[in-house]
Design a binder for this molecule. Structure first.
Ligand SMILES: Cc1ncc(COP(=O)(O)O)c(C=O)c1O
Length: 444
């Protein structure tokens, strides 16, 4: 049984863009935002000027009731910015500020019509909401062959999607546009809808795209939509802004993809997690970008309500305290300078890694995957399994890195001070040499 409110949202979408309706999963079609306590409370907040007895929080002297032993740690903030529930879609002022930030950082977005950012419990939750709304059993989801492992849990394990990969790099070490294009075309044929997940700057490789690559990706997706495919493009921009090479595309792909074709729906996932160095805060955003069809505002509103229903029906709402803290940061005149200072530290580390890796002796131990952004870089180890190396480095040299499948290892230079970079790679080199020697001597 479909709820009449869900039916109404479905009709709102169907009347304006039937393709978006067809993109919705069965759960996405069933979702709505109930006119229950929250809706009545929102109404009361606006109108009940004498007493508002609608919401399940407690009040005292006109502000949120609270314990001093909690408040003393965040004393500069008023109780009402900390203790009450935040709205399902997030704190309004924060949503507005994040939207301003999105427009400021991606000039190509400025004349586009996009949805309002919906606050999520950081990016993982945004990815899960995309799963709830759009992913059903057997749906193909396109990823490069180097991707963040949690996608598997979110889409394959929980939603039974079918992950289809293409090789990330081309032979020149750039993004593999040709492989991407062929895979999009192959998967689009016959699929009811296609999900394409793009993650730049990328985890695990630390690679981000150039302007021609960005344009190439968008051309391929728009062409596939023109030829009849319904495509949900998911942009995981967790590491947005951490670009270290001069020739990179420094905007969001969102600006190139939205309002382009009615069969193309783009969902931008971004957040404070990595950009603002507040990993444990759990503050992210989900923003819809539609193609030109029907009344865009009506479809944005219906999709926002469905997303709010998915939030309400799972985590109810995201933490208020951390939303307030991120809002305070965005409002601070020092925010950009302080962020730039941390950016320069990470950039210095990335450049130092590149410099250290120029040492010709390392060619015996590994090849370096191209990297230019984000927190990480990867090595393809020669003649040694990544997991064996990981264990050996840990046990013998006290060095921890991630075995990223086969012979690949991932190194988070975000965690290594610039002056320690050289020593780190010397130790990894030593570890590889030890294991290569074992392999040739035949000793276990
Ligand atoms: C590519 C990518 N997306 C999403 C996430 C999750 O971010 P969050 O902590 O905001 O959920 C990570 C975290 O490691 C990531 O690397």
């Amino acid at each position: 049984m479909i709820n009449p409110l869900a039916q109404q949202l479905n009709e709102q979408i169907l009347a304006n863009n039937p393709h978006v309706f067809e993109m919705l999963s069965p759960l996405g079609k069933r979702l709505f935002f109930p006119k229950g306590i929250l809706a009545q409370s929102a109404e009361a907040k606006a109108k009940a000027f004498r007493f508002n007895a609608t919401i399940g929080i407690a009040l005292e002297k006109g502000e949120a009731m609270h314990l001093a032993c909690i408040h003393e740690w965040v004393n500069a903030l008023g109780p009402d910015d900390l203790f009450p529930y935040a709205p399902a879609a997030g704190k309004q002022a924060l949503r507005n500020k994040w939207r301003e930030k999105q427009f400021a950082e991606s000039p190509r977005l400025r004349n586009k019509k996009i949805g309002r950012p919906i606050a999520t419990n950081a990016l993982t939750h945004g990815l899960t909401l995309v799963g709830d709304l759009f992913v059903e059993e057997g749906d193909p989801i396109l990823l490069p062959d180097k991707f963040w492992g949690n996608y598997r849990l979110i889409y394959e394990v929980r939603k039974k999607a079918r992950i289809v990969t293409y090789p990330f790099y081309n032979s020149a070490g750039g993004f593999n546009l040709q492989g991407f294009s062929e895979t999009v075309d192959r998967q689009a044929a016959g699929a009811k809808k296609l999900l394409v997940l793009l993650n730049f700057p990328n985890n695990p490789t630390g690679y981000s795209i150039t302007p021609p690559e960005a344009e190439g990706i968008c051309r391929i997706l728009i062409k596939a939509a023109q030829e009849g495919a319904r495509i949900v493009v998911v942009l995981d921009e967790a590491y947005f802004g951490l670009f270290y090479a001069d020739d990179l595309f420094r905007e969001s792909l969102f600006g190139l993809l939205v309002n382009q074709h009615e069969r193309l729906l783009t969902v931008k996932l971004d957040g404070a997690t990595k950009e603002e160095f507040v990993w444990g805060f759990r503050v992210g955003f989900l923003t819809f970008g539609l193609g030109p069809a029907g009344d865009l505002e009506a479809v944005y509103e219906a999709l926002e309500k469905k997303t709010m229903g998915a939030i309400r029906g799972s985590i109810s709402n995201s933490p208020h305290l951390s939303q307030t803290l991120v809002l305070k940061a965005l409002e601070s005149p020092d925010f950009r300078n302080q962020q730039a200072e941390k950016f320069r530290i990470l950039e210095g580390r990335a450049r130092q890694v590149a410099k250290v890796l120029e040492n010709p002796k390392f060619a015996d131990a590994w090849t370096v995957y191209p990297f230019n952004a984000g927190y990480f870089m990867c090595l393809a180890i020669k003649g040694v399994d990544g997991e064996a190396l990981r264990k050996h480095l840990l046990e013998t040299y006290g060095v921890g890195l991630i075995a990223a499948g086969g012979r690949d290892v991932r190194i988070a230079f975000s965690c290594i001070e610039e002056e320690n970079v050289e020593e780190l790679f010397e130790l990894i080199y030593r570890g590889v040499m030890d294991l290569q020697a074992h392999a040739t001597s035949g000793k276990p």
